[in-house]
Design a protein around this ligand. Structure first.
Ligand code: GFB
Length: 319
């Protein structure tokens, strides 16, 4: 595959390295000849444009990967619309605008498959962007992510900056947030089923009807796709990142139960929202660059569960 950008010897700032995605990107970059730069939340508030500009001036990265975002599952998105819109817009304008001013030679912005219309054709091609109404439970986050990818496109168009975007499907894996109400479904079910197994509880509640279809991608596969995009992609279009496989929430919950060895009953609570009925992204373009997902759902869930157990043991999972 033709390389369009040489990472060798570059200083790469991973913004959001403490998050699940940023952490996986740092792990993946350890296999490249690069110098990884990071800044903790205490050192740098990414919503503060002046502070970000000063940090960029002092640290001079060649490459920026913007993996920092206010993120959460369906309930967090639905109940904290101001945080999801405001924080994400502020982070994007500070980091993307700051990177341009600092003369960064390559930037990768990460979004989410929720940028596409709720009723987009499936699998969702990149061209479906802005062709219809968004899923209401996460439209605030989606609008912010669309603004971020448009900002990258705008710097490309107006100034020729090599700023690109990738839109991953639902991610899971080590370093996930296990908050009982605000997490995404993989972390929520791992925690709930592990607690139920240890308490010998006869049943576990799964939100919604169990019928929505989701495309889950193991986070280290997503990180590998990010490195592939940095090296092999330069274009305006935000490219999809996905496993290419979808599963209903009911079937997914059974995979989690197997990983956790929970044998009780699964009860579906239809009073909780289902969200988008389906969101499988079309990964033809990314596959054309030579990338494909490697981790099966059962392998990925086993690794995610091992991470949960280790963090629980270390006292790193909040109540
Ligand atoms: O992971 P999740 O919150 O993300 O929910 P979305 C996926 C599906 O799992 C929904 C169901 O149909 C939920 O109703 N579900 C079942 C649960 N049990 C649970 C549970 O205990 N917790 C959670 N959270 N869900 C997100 C967006 O939507 O997708 C984000 O809100 C982001 O912004 C992400 O874009 C990729 O796929 O519904």
């Amino acid at each position: 595959m033709t390389q369009v950008f040489d990472l060798h010897g570059k200083r790469v700032w991973v913004a959001g390295h403490r998050g699940m995605v940023g952490g996986a990107i740092v792990r993946r970059l350890a296999c490249e000849q690069v110098q990884v730069l990071t800044a903790t939340r205490q050192e740098l508030d990414l919503r503060e444009a002046a502070a970000v500009r000063a940090w960029l001036k002092a640290n001079r990265p060649d490459v920026v990967v913007l993996a920092a975002a206010k993120v959460g599952g369906i309930a967090a998105n639905d109940s904290l619309p101001a945080d999801f819109l405001y924080d994400n817009l502020m982070i994007e304008t500070a980091v993307i605008g700051g990177a341009f001013e600092a003369g960064v030679s390559k930037l990768l912005f990460l979004g989410s498959s929720c940028i596409y219309p709720r009723m987009a054709p499936q699998p969702i091609p990149e061209e479906a962007l802005l062709t219809g109404p968004l899923e209401p439970t996460n439209e605030w986050y989606a609008i912010a992510k669309i603004a971020g990818l448009k900002l990258c496109q705008a710097y490309r168009r107006q100034h020729g900056a090599d700023f690109i975007s990738g839109m991953p499907s639902n991610l899971y894996g080590p370093g996930d947030n296990y908050h009982p109400e605000h997490s995404h479904v993989p972390a929520a079910l791992i925690r709930r089923m592990d607690e139920a197994r240890r308490a010998h509880a006869p049943s576990v509640t799964v939100w919604g009807t169990g019928t929505p279809l989701r495309e889950f991608l193991y986070v280290d596969d997503a990180a590998d796709a990010c490195v592939c995009l940095l090296k092999h992609y330069s274009g305006e279009m935000a490219l999809n990142i996905g496993s290419g496989e979808e599963v209903s929430i009911a079937v997914f919950a059974r995979h989690v139960a197997r990983a956790v060895a929970y044998q009780g009953e699964l009860k579906f609570d239809a009073s909780r929202p289902d969200g988008a009925p389906r969101k499988l992204v079309d990964v033809t373009r990314l596959k054309g660059l030579g990338w494909s997902a490697k981790t099966s759902l059962d392998e990925g869930l086993a690794l995610a569960y091992a991470d949960y157990r280790a963090r629980l043991k270390a006292g790193a999972i909040a109540a």
